[in-house]
Design a protein around this ligand. Structure first.
Ligand code: GLA
Length: 720
């Protein structure tokens, strides 16, 4: 049992392998947060009132409970707590006060499914606490869910709101996770960026006031990832308290931290309020997406490993192939200039180089000869594939390779048959001209007719075709957000309904083509989130394939997500023709799932031979990269060096990487400590052909920086 209730003190406790979470029902009514942190030696103090003048209290209770100054589990708007709220509902009478009182609870094995939304899978150890709160005036019932993934040290949270009243109400803001912390002596880590520059690492101290990141773009976005961490000021990779948070959702979101007059910090993750409201008729229930949290008292590295394990075991779909295919993608090699003849050359070269799969990227359908036409017309272009898709794919597969294909289901070009037939199927505000981005508009995925069309046309085009892999792209953000099928008082639901439609289509793809894997993409890593990971085995990390930029993007992605989710391609043909540059680019790509983005049919024999050797080597340790434990040693945002290793559970195989980012005029020696090596073991480095004791590895291997700009080194230690 991970969840318990002390009826005498009215305290709920939730335990994971190394953490504890506790809250108390105060005065029979108020769920007050007590503790979240390490389990061993945890001191959970009971609720203590912190009186402040100017804080309202109920005349019945007096000053024994002040919503404004205590730590809460979940906060109704205008309930006497002036801090940022968890839930704002406009009641039938027009006001927005919500008072949530404890009603009852239940604990059960497993978890409930979140209708239509991605959520973490339960296993035999999963347990859930359901806490029911009610607003006695309006009869709105709120259920808080706490699901325990004990061996990952992860607790997930989500919320449902049911209108048991007689009249409709409108949800104006909803958060899935509220965590009040007693102090704010933390730095916040968040990942900001832009297209071709995703997930930059930022670590800044919390300050008094509200600090937030989020997305109003209809996608979780390149600009801010939903992951955040709060770490003690002295926390580093291996020591110090660190809380990690993430949201299992791919659309608009809000992560906010408010430091208030008590010095405490309120952390919240959820849909927020700006791009969301939801009309809840009498009898209806709204389910908000799931958020997750973890705690490590041994630094940032363990927080990341908790999330890696959780994502691998409870989020990602089963892999359809025994080995993750090494992919050769046509995009950077050909852009739109593809046809059957060219693709067959790719298949031929791929099979000779040991590549498992050719992915035919954009350009194969409709009038898609450039990015201004064709999106929405999901049938093969007969000028390029004269006998149709099936005979072409059969010819590709005759080379003994797998075949993948690019789609962008959510979009339409105005210059397309689809748009000409159905302009009303786009996301739009009534009476306003839609704005373009990459010459395209966004389909209203909340409209069932759009989903029916897509399911129908994809079935017609793909059924019976031996497709092993879909690259699912999404190349613009949503503006002028509204839906022609919704009434005026439901327009605020359009962005959320859109995401429900997207997830519906993902589930349809997975059920219809169960043997195919999905690579997710949104102009690179624009939807690099746990929602997408529920349906996609990996994500195109970034449209920026320049290796130096990738070093940093990969480092910060690994803070929250496992390496198996990162598609990392060797790219930039010009550099790859030079041996030391090719080695460097390859060693950067070994941070995740290896692939190639090169015109291999036109490449030199030397390059093709080198690719074959690279893939052969990758096969020796890909299991460590894709499923091993990850230890970062040097942060490339702070040191010009990225150093990290992957190791198996027994620590008898270790793959260590050193990557120098920019050239350094003056060489210096760097010591890289492999602290997880078994001290009394002997390891043989199969790359450098040298023997080390485990103790030596723990003391560190040394390597020198240089001015070449292509300085990298790898060691593959195997215990003897
Ligand atoms: C996006 C993707 C690229 C490629 C192009 C095709 O930019 O991130 O990898 O698929 O679209 O148009």
């Amino acid at each position: 049992m991970y969840i318990s209730y002390d009826a005498g003190k009215c305290i709920f406790s939730i335990e994971t392998a190394n953490t504890k979470y506790a809250f108390q029902i105060v005065g029979g009514k108020h769920p007050v947060h007590l503790y979240y942190g390490k389990k061993d030696g945890a001191e959970v103090a009971e609720f203590e009132n912190r009186f402040r003048s100017f804080s309202p209290y109920s005349p019945d209770e007096g000053r024994i409970y002040l919503a404004d100054t205590c730590m809460s589990e979940y906060v109704g708007f205008d309930s006497g707590d002036f801090r940022t709220s968890s839930l704002k509902i406009q009641n039938a009478n027009g006001d927005c006060a919500t008072f949530l009182s404890y009603k009852d609870y239940r604990v059960f094995k497993g978890r409930l499914d979140l209708e239509g939304l991605p959520c973490a899978d339960a296993d035999e150890n999963t347990e859930t606490l359901e806490l029911t709160l009610v607003d006695e005036l309006t009869n709105v019932e709120v259920k808080l869910y706490y699901t325990v993934f004990a061996d990952c040290d992860v607790i997930s949270r989500y919320v449902t709101v049911k209108n048991n009243g007689d009249s409709a109400v409108t949800i104006k803001k909803i958060m899935s996770l509220t965590l009040d912390m007693p102090d704010h002596d933390y730095d916040m880590i968040s990942l900001y960026g832009a297209h071709v520059n995703e997930r930059n690492y930022q670590r800044v101290p919390l300050f008094y006031g509200n600090q937030s990141i989020g997305s109003r773009r209809g996608a979780s976005s390149h600009q801010f990832n939903p992951f955040i961490a709060l770490c003690r000021k002295d926390a580093d990779e291996v020591s110090g308290g660190v809380y990690g948070f993430n949201f299992v959702y791919s659309g608009n979101f809000l992560d906010e931290v408010e430091v208030d007059q008590t010095g405490g910090a309120r952390v919240q993750l959820g849909l927020g309020s700006e791009n969301f409201d939801w009309r809840l008729n009498a009898g209806d229930t709204f389910v908000a997406p799931e958020a997750v949290m973890t705690y490590s008292d041994t630094g940032i590295g363990q927080m990341s490993r908790n999330f890696h394990k959780f994502t691998l075991e409870h989020i990602l779909p089963p892999e359809p192939f025994e080995n993750r295919p090494v992919v050769l993608n046509t995009w950077e090699a050909c852009y739109f200039d593809i046809d059957e003849k060219e693709l067959l050359r790719f298949a031929d070269t791929a099979s000779k180089c040991g590549i498992d799969m050719v992915v035919m990227d954009d350009g194969w359908f409709g009038a898609r000869n450039h990015d201004r036409a064709g999106l929405g017309d999901w049938y093969e272009n007969r000028d390029k594939f004269k006998d149709g898709l099936k005979p072409f794919v059969d010819k590709m597969k005759a080379y003994g390779i797998k075949f993948g294909i690019w789609v962008e289901p959510e979009m339409v070009n105005p210059d397309s048959d689809l748009y000409r037939a159905h302009p009303e199927w786009c996301v739009q505000c009534r009476g306003r001209e839609g704005m373009l981005s990459r010459s395209q508009l966004v389909l209203d995925m909340g409209n069932p007719a759009v989903l029916d069309y897509l399911k129908d046309i994809f079935s017609k085009t793909f059924d019976g075709v031996a497709i092993d892999y879909f690259k699912w792209d999404m190349n613009r953000h949503m503006s002028q957000v509204g839906s022609p099928i919704l009434p005026a008082d439901r327009q605020g639901e359009a962005a959320y309904r859109y995401m429900l439609g997207v997830y519906d289509l993902f589930r349809w793809f997975r059920a219809k083509y169960p043997n195919a894997m999905i690579e997710n993409c949104s102009g690179g890593g624009g939807r690099y989130d746990l929602g997408m990971m529920k349906y996609s085995t990996m994500i195109w990390t970034s449209d920026n394939t320049w290796c130096r930029k990738r070093i940093r993007i990969q480092y910060s992605s690994m803070l929250a997500y496992p390496a198996s989710t990162m598609s990392c391609h060797v790219a930039g043909l010009k550099h790859c023709e030079v041996p030391e540059q090719l080695k460097y680019i390859y060693e950067v790509a070994l941070g995740g799932a290896l692939g190639y983005e090169l015109h291999l049919p036109n490449a030199s024999d030397e390059l093709r031979a080198a690719v074959k050797v690279q893939i052969g080597n990758y096969r020796k340790y890909e299991d460590l990269i894709l499923r091993g434990d990850y230890y970062s040693i040097m942060n490339p945002y702070e040191t010009n060096i990225s150093a990290y290793y992957y190791t198996n559970a027994d620590r008898d195989r270790i793959l260590l990487s050193f990557l120098q980012n920019e050239p350094e005029e003056k060489s210096r020696e760097i010591t890289i400590k492999v602290c997880e090596a078994q001290a009394d073991a002997t390891y043989y480095d199969e790359i450098g052909k040298d023997t080390y004791t485990g103790e030596q590895l723990r003391q560190g291997v040394t390597v020198a920086t240089d001015d070449s700009g292509w300085n990298s080194r790898m060691w593959y230690f195997v215990k003897q």
